[in-house]
Design a protein around this ligand. Sequence first.
Ligand SMILES: Nc1ncnc2c1ncn2[C@@H]1O[C@H](COP(=O)(O)OP(=O)(O)OP(=O)(O)O)[C@@H](O)[C@H]1O
Length: 512
Amino acid sequence: MAIEKAEVLTALRRVKGPDLTSNIVDLGLVSEILIKDNRAYFSITVPAARAHELEQLRLAAEAVVAELKGIQGVTAVLTAEATEGSPAPKRTVLPIGRAEHPRVQAARAKGATGDGSGPRQAAAAAAAGQGVKAQAVPGVKQIIAVASGKGGVGKSTIAVNLALGLQAIGLKVGIIDADIYGPSQPRLLGVSGKPQIAHDKVIKPLEGWGVKVMSMGFLVDEDTPVVWRGPMVVSALSQMLRETEWGGEGGELDALIIDMPPGTGDIQLSISQGVPLSGAVIVSTPQDLALIDARKGIAMFKRVEVPILGIVENMSYFLCPKCGERSDIFGHGGARDEARKLGVPFLGEVPLRMEIREASDAGKPVTVAEPESKYAQLFRDIAGQVWSEVERAKGTLTPPPHLEIADGGKMLKAAFPDGRTFELSAEFLRVVSPSAEVQGHSPSQRITVPKKKHVKITGLTPVGNYAVRIAFDDGHNSGLYTWGYLHLLGREKDERWGKYLEELAAKGMTRE
Ligand SMILES: Nc1ncnc2c1ncn2[C@@H]1O[C@H](COP(=O)(O)OP(=O)(O)OP(=O)(O)O)[C@@H](O)[C@H]1O
């Protein structure tokens, strides 16, 4: 049954205004009520100076609406009329601490399973940073936030290429666009349309280049007033996280990237408290101002004990397409210095390049558009480091193996400190090369075919202390094999890739 605005207004008439004589509706304090998917959103105008003491009023308003039959969620915020310095009165949401909603308390006391709306409320409350411990997200192993202290630094571009880079190193990946002020992931991944609701009201995510994608843009219309987008982002994100079928047929996602809204305000804080993040990647440009904001971002994540996986310096330098000359137009190296000072990993410098922008505009990010380019390589290297940092933070980092090229290059022997030794044929390694020419994470989506039969390994180049780059005699040398990936290949080569390799063999390829 759809919730009507009139019902919400009737309920709110039970709440007395700050003067305790009349109710908040008749006092004209309640804003336009927005109802989406049986979730109600509204604001109550109060004097800015009394925001803290009127928190009870906000809670009371949420509580009376939460009692309506069929309601799925309520978000009320206190706003103040800000007239100073602006020609037209403007509403600002007051940044107040949000206490736990009584209904959430009740649901939690019941183990958050009681009346069906309890868990959802608890999840929304968790996402709203209301002191509920972040719950795990079904179908997702690790969640990585990509954040920036300010807008326009290329956060979304880095996020999508990071997702594709992670996929290229053998992981199953999804991405959520939480940037309510300008959702761009579907466009970047060349995806259009809206996700379908499958069985049991579960949302089926869209998919672009093998990456599962959900966007705030699917749930919150562009015509939603900006003042509402902040509060809505938190509950819509919670809904998207927990009601989307991330796992599905392909199995659990190894990593879900959240393209965060730019900045370090209340919304970002709520997300980082309410979502079980494995860590955060901070994107910055080299300018001092951007770095100050990046520092704020790092401080915010540290405050809520989210590990910083590292900093990426984007638009780090300009490479002249004609002469190849490099200019440090924004200054350069600031993020590297900042990372050193703050004791967080520095993940890499991404140049300002037309190819990167054009590829994004065309819905085919550079990592898939030009997989052999140095930019794609760079994103795979960044992804490799990010993943190692995630594993380090979780205590699951695979220690380096002893590697040996055997049988005249036909075989790689990998002996891991856990005592396991794997023999991986050159041809198998070539086929499962984690380069971006390999699109998609399932064997059938992989398009890599060695350029010659009986391919051999010609060289191993260690990268950091987390991966090796393997060169083959057909000229391919851009695949980055992390220790974790090599271990996985050894463990699961038959189950995951056996059938595919048989198909290749049927086409005339051999496994040795
Ligand atoms: N390294 C780069 N080289 C060239 N263009 C880039 C690069 N990184 C990002 N851009 C371009 O800069 C613009 C802004 O990038 P993007 O949308 O990724 O930034 P953002 O930080 O997510 O922005 P917002 O905060 O507004 O969401 C886009 O047009 C994008 O294509």
